[in-house]
Design a binder for this molecule. Structure first.
Ligand code: ZN
Length: 110
C-alpha cells in the first residue's frame, strides 16, 4: 500500500508539473526481481487514487526481466525469480544486475 501511495504521489506531482489536473493512464515498469506483486499493486492503486488527480486512471504494467551475472558462465543471463538458478549452467553463483526497478514509464494526462 505504501508503495502504491508513493507511485501515486509521483504521478500526481508530474501531472501538476505538466499543468494538468487529470491523469488518464499510467504505465509502470516493474522488474521481475523487484519484490512487487503487480496484481497487489494494481489493487492498491485503485484505492489510493480515489478522489485524487489519478482517480479512474488506467494502469498498465510492463514486467522487465530479471538479469544477473553468472560467475560460472562469466556471462549476463536472464533470471526468472530471485533465488532461481542460472538458466545456462544451473548454478547459483548469480549476482543480480537488473530487474529490480519500479518506475513510472509513461503517463497520459488530460
Ligand atoms: Zn551460469
Amino acid at each position: 500500500m505504501a508503495l502504491a501511495e508513493s507511485v501515486v504521489q509521483i504521478v500526481e506531482s508530474q501531472a501538476r508539473a505538466a499543468g494538468s489536473d487529470k491523469v488518464l493512464a499510467v504505465r509502470l515498469e516493474i522488474g521481475a526481481l523487484s519484490h512487487v506483486e503487480p496484481a497487489a499493486l494494481a489493487f492498491c492503486f485503485d484505492a489510493v487514487t480515489a478522489g485524487g488527480l489519478a482517480a479512474g486512471a488506467r494502469l498498465d504494467i510492463d514486467r522487465s526481466p530479471g538479469r544477473g551475472w553468472c560467475h560460472d558462465c562469466l556471462a549476463e543471463v536472464e533470471i526468472e525469480a530471485r533465488g532461481a538458478p542460472c538458466p545456462r549452467c544451473g548454478g547459483y553463483k548469480l549476482q543480480v544486475s537488473g530487474g529490480q526497478e519500479l518506475r513510472v514509464k509513461e503517463m497520459e494526462v488530460a
